[in-house]
Design a binder for this molecule. Structure first.
Ligand code: AHG
Ligand code: MN
Ligand code: MN
Length: 339
């Protein structure tokens, strides 16, 4: 049998690469791994018991909260508060950022922004969902209460980012800026095991992922790019295939492995796009860049956008470098003025 490396072993091995590191980030990543296993247990039995369906509440963005959204949110927050490495969190399910009051937490060096359950409208139909997280070093002083500026940081400032996909198997994929590594949860031992070392996204792909049902309410650049994806051309292997799961994590994960582009552009209903910069777009942008791919809003690198609000939305183009660059060229040509 070949040697198995568990997530905990891997995190400890990597810590040795940073001789001055205190180990806090390693502990935080381990805490995320543990919290995700607790969420995974509930996701796995979502068809049983009282965990399916709507909570009967909406979040600040007016979206229906599913019971599992709330469960996952509470589970991760508990893990961060108890772990003591984090001074505060920002989450899709909470209107405002939460500054932890515990003295141990106030000494925490990091903040975490996260989407506790991504694709949660897919829970009831047994389709893959995920968790996305983004970790920053705080900008406020250690020992103080976390403040809003700790959360409104550009993607380039991330120290780590990752996602968990609760799919046909459960995987955790993360980066600390030294490549991307993927771990598969081995249920019999309850451990994440390194299964996808040093992940790289193909430079080109043959898959485009967009909610094409809303094409009529999208701009001319996106429409022209989708036409391009569908046009026959043997040399560039077109037409491409359309694949859209409706869970960003699952669509992104497939494209990361096989090559492809995911687009959630501005629409008439969502003029800024639908996806949130801080806990959906930025973390996956960090991962895709570390894997050799690209993420933009059609014009600018996602990682360089300065956020001004916790739940800020942004149009999103992410995936294989050549595909994103092609889509950007269509945007420049057909939607030259950036709103
Ligand atoms: P969330 O469940 O965290 O609110 O995110 C849903 C997002 C994302 O996962 C997905 O790609 C997108 O919404 C789908 O939106 P449409 O149904 O508008 O295509
Ligand atoms: Mn989401
Ligand atoms: Mn969500």
């Amino acid at each position: 049998m070949s040697k198995i490396t568990t997530l905990s072993e891997f995190i400890i091995e990597r810590q040795a690469d940073f001789p001055y590191a205190s180990g806090d980030l390693s502990r935080l990543l381990s805490d995320i791994g543990i919290a995700s296993k607790i969420v995974n247990q509930q996701v796995n039995k979502a068809g049983l018991g009282d965990i399916l369906g709507a909570q009967g509440s909406t979040n600040v963005q007016g979206e229906d909260q599913q019971k599992l959204d709330v469960y996952a949110d509470e589970t991760f927050i508990r893990a961060f508060r108890n772990g003591g490495m984090v001074c505060g969190i920002g989450s899709e399910e909470n209107d405002k950022y939460v500054a932890f009051e515990k003295p141990l937490c106030k000494k925490g060096k990091y903040v975490v922004l996260f989407d506790p359950l991504d694709g949660s409208s897919n829970i009831d139909v047994n389709v893959s969902i995920g968790t996305i997280f983004s970790i920053f070093r705080r900008t406020s002083s250690v020992g103080d209460r976390a403040d809003v500026n700790d959360f409104l940081q550009k993607g380039v400032k991330q120290v780590a980012a990752g996602y968990v996909i609760y799919g046909s198997s459960t995987m955790l994929v993360y980066t600390t800026g030294y490549g991307v590594n993927g771990f598969t949860l081995e249920p019999s031992i309850g451990e994440y095991c390194l299964s996808h070392p040093n992940m790289k996204i193909p430079e080109d792909g043959q898959v485009y992922s967009i909610n094409e049902g809303h094409l009529n309410s999208m701009g001319e650049g996106v429409k022209a790019y989708v036409d391009y994806c569908k046009a026959s051309d043997a040399k560039s292997n077109r037409p491409y295939s359309a694949r859209y799961i409706g869970s960003l994590v699952a669509d992104f994960h497939r494209n990361l492995i096989k090559g492809g582009i995911y687009i959630y552009p501005a629409t008439k209903k969502a003029p800024e796009g639908k996806l949130r910069l801080l806990y959906e777009c930025s973390p996956l942008a960090f991962i895709v860049e570390q894997a050799g791919g690209k993420a933009s809003d059609g014009y600018r690198r996602i990682m360089e956008i300065q956020p001004s609000e916790l739940h800020q939305r942004v149009p999103y183009f992410i995936g294989s470098t050549n595909m994103v660059e092609k889509a950007e060229a269509f945007m420049r040509k057909f939607e030259p003025v950036e709103a």
